[in-house]
Design a binder for this molecule. Structure first.
Ligand code: AMP
Length: 296
């Protein structure tokens, strides 16, 4: 049976009760509109923990574009129906007011929360470049909510998708600072075309989805380049840009970074470890994806 709880306070109490019974907790944070990628995280959590909980909250703090949050799919009932059969024990949600009760009375609650979060310092290295540049405020908004989500669930294993790569770096820093949460990074689930599964794909037409597969093809081309001995980041970026020549796909960035030594800009020297990352617009929908270039 899946319990549905409407506030983080109730969720926190539920998690405490499980721990008092000696049960371990796995946790998956989502914004809903669930797909097989989300469910792969839930499956992993169910297989590694006694209890699994999922949060569904479209966090307004992490949207820098009002149109994006307005069009974000909202499917709470369908989501809960998908979670029950895969062994999720508890689903919870909340509002900015219930996640941040100390600011509930504030007139501009989002501004107040972000100011408060920034006051505690941002993990500066990860907040540099790519998503930080193209979605100003996004990672700060993620940080604010993830800190609160982790405080709510407390001691647990938390499962995050590699698809949101800078987010995984950020949540690892948050978890390390809090000392209660162990982060498990999970592989990206893809459509047969290679397109990374995303809630945003629901907004694409069939031809749009077909065109969007070029994002993955460009990442694979970079990996091919890497495996053939090209370890030059700028040259690998050029390979990706050349692949994305479909008029339906507008590239925002095609970047190569050292995941162990994150930098705002493209590294100028050859790398030993590398990840290719792309953000692109298809039919007005912003999609991101990335791929490890190094074979481990
Ligand atoms: P979201 O609902 O988009 O915030 O995603 C919730 C979690 O699911 C995040 O940890 C994402 O990285 C992860 N996720 C999203 N898409 C995928 C995917 N295609 N494969 C694996 N994990 C994913």
């Amino acid at each position: 049976m899946t319990v549905f709880l409407e506030t983080p306070q109730l969720a926190s109490r539920w998690c405490q009760q499980q721990r008092q019974r000696g049960l371990s907790i796995g946790y998956v944070a989502t914004m809903g509109a669930l797909h097989a990628g989300h469910l792969s995280l839930v499956h992993r959590s169910v297989s590694e923990n006694d209890r699994t909980c999922v949060s569904i909250f479209i966090n307004p703090l992490q949207f820098n574009n009002p149109d994006d949050i307005e069009k974000y799919p909202r499917l709470m009932e369908d989501d809960i129906a998908m979670l029950a059969p895969v062994g999720c024990n508890m689903v919870y949600t909340g509002s900015l007011q219930t996640f941040f009760p100390e600011h509930a009375a504030a007139q501009h609650i989002a501004t107040k929360i972000i100011r408060d979060t920034e006051g505690r310092g941002l993990p500066d290295k990860i907040i540099q470049g790519l998503e930080a540049v193209y979605r100003p405020g996004h990672l700060e908004g993620v940080k604010a909510i993830v800190e609160r989500l982790f405080q709510t669930v407390a001691k647990c294993r938390a499962y995050f998708g590699e698809k949101d790569f800078q987010q995984t770096l950020l949540v690892q820093q948050i978890a390390a600072a809090g000392g209660q949460v162990e982060i498990v990074v999970c592989p990206t689930s893809r459509e047969p075309s290679g397109l990374a599964m995303s809630s945003r794909n629901q907004r694409l037409s069939a031809p749009g989805k077909t065109a969007a597969a070029v994002i993955y093809q460009a990442l694979v081309a970079a990996r091919r380049g890497w495996l053939s001995g090209n370890h030059n980041p700028a040259s690998l970026e050029q390979i990706m840009r050349e692949q994305v020549c479909d008029a339906a796909v507008t590239l925002e960035y095609a970047a190569v970074r050292d995941p162990d030594n994150w930098s705002a800009d493209t590294p100028s020297s050859e790398l030993n470890n590398a990840r290719a990352l792309i953000a692109a617009y298809v039919e007005g929908v912003r999609l991101i994806d990335n791929l490890a270039l190094t074979q481990h």
